[in-house]
Design a protein around this ligand. Structure first.
Ligand SMILES: NC(=O)c1ccc[n+]([C@@H]2O[C@H](COP(=O)([O-])OP(=O)(O)OC[C@H]3O[C@@H](n4cnc5c(N)ncnc54)[C@H](O)[C@@H]3O)[C@@H](O)[C@H]2O)c1
Length: 352
């Protein structure tokens, strides 16, 4: 099938297939849109079952990055890269250096970063051959605390809007997944007086949250039925689906996981159940907002203040969605597209 006919193709500017016989590198870089600035997006390494599966992932994820940057108010575009390979067995310094040379050839149109299956150390190898790398240890480092900070402020906004509660004191939140983001999110929520219910397939990580913050723990399969105000997915995608929707007890879904809706219509289903959904790419933008403050010298105070604005962005979005009788994720798409359209019009009028 042609890339242009692919179901996830969305007028991407560039799709670059990278192959290096010497290192065994097989990678795809997708640059979705650079209207607002260079395309930023992580490098994922995954043992995809087929090239088509890798293409589907990179097309979908790069488009998501365009929308995320647009809604976060950043002058950045959307891109993503995938290396086809098993991160447990197929990594080598030469592989990442080879990938870096492909990034370098793009002359800054694509900026790469850490993602699923790659580490800050891997990206350090990429940075040996190109400057177009973000989130390195010497710059802003692990984005997870900033992502959690944004999700925390997003939950505050959703609680204010849906429950008319001005603080999180006594608000019940169920956190699914207490990994890099979930760990810090639990800390911010507990410090704000929220009552936590947590789950994780890693029982040790879950017990740690119970000891530290007095959280209730539940089996991973039972988290959807938790009688809480907020369900915060912070593990994997597609958790809002036909099977989980009838089980949800929460009034709000607001968490860090990417692609929380299994299918687009599940957003409408949440709205029909009067569950307020904080669109994933809006609430989880703290990581890229943080990265946008790393040059020339990382400024953590500014980065965190900027990240906290996710609260105001969501309040504005919820109000507009209400006024238009539209599901929030549809309104978010509309707002992001409007920002890009206006920027393109301006660029065209300057060029004319
Ligand atoms: N790290 C970031 O800055 C960032 C930014 C944007 C979006 N995200 C998204 O947020 C989510 C979490 O990211 P992370 O960096 O914390 O990942 P992570 O791998 O550090 O943590 C995920 C946690 O979820 C747990 N988990 C996996 N399957 C589970 C299940 N079925 N039930 C319960 N727990 C389960 C894992 O054991 C792990 O502790 C991901 O979807 C990621 O794509 C992360």
């Amino acid at each position: 099938m042609s890339v242009f006919d692919h179901g996830e193709f969305s007028e991407h500017e560039d799709v670059i297939y990278c192959h290096d016989r010497a290192t065994g590198l097989r990678a795809i870089i997708a640059i979705h849109d650079t209207t607002l600035g260079p395309a930023l997006g992580g490098l994922r390494m995954w043992p995809y079952a087929s090239d088509d599966e890798a293409l589907t992932d990179v097309l979908r994820l790069s488009r998501g990055m365009t929308y995320k940057a647009a809604m976060a108010g950043l002058n950045q575009g959307g891109g993503k890269a995938v290396i086809i390979g098993d991160p447990r067995s197929d990594k080598s310094p030469e592989l990442f250096q080879s990938f870096g040379r492909f990034v370098e050839q793009l002359g800054g149109r694509y900026i790469t970063a850490e993602d699923v299956g790659t580490s800050v150390a891997d990206l350090g190898l990429v940075a040996g051959v190109t400057d177009h790398v973000a989130g390195l240890a010497a710059l802003s480092g692990d984005p997870s605390p900033a992502t959690a900070w944004g999700v925390y402020h997003g939950i505050r906004a959703a609680v204010a809007h849906r429950l008319q509660r001005p603080t999180l004191e006594g608000v019940k939140v169920a956190v699914q997944g207490v990994g890099h983001v979930g760990y810090y999110l639990c800390q911010y929520l507990a410090e704000a007086g929220a009552q936590l219910t947590v789950t994780d397939i890693d029982a040790k990580a879950m017990e740690q949250m119970a000891d530290k913050w007095g959280a209730n723990t539940v089996h991973p399969d039972s988290i959807y039925e938790a009688k809480v105000d907020v369900f915060a997915p912070c593990a994997m995608g597609a958790v809002i689906n036909d099977e989980t929707l009838p089980r949800l007890q929460a009034n709000i879904v607001a968490g860090s996981a990417n692609n929380q809706l299994s299918q687009a219509h599940h957003g409408e289903s949440l709205a029909a159940q009067k569950i307020l959904y904080a669109p994933d790419y809006v609430i989880n933008a703290g990581g890229i907002i943080n990265i946008s403050h790393e040059r020339p010298v990382y400024d953590e105070v500014k980065a965190y203040a900027h990240t906290a604005q996710i609260h105001d962005t969501l309040i504005d979005l919820f109000r507009k969605a209400n006024a238009a009788q539209m599901a929030p994720e549809k309104m978010a798409d509309k707002m992001a597209e409007a920002r890009i359209f206006n920027a393109r019009q301006q660029q065209n009028s300057v060029a004319a």
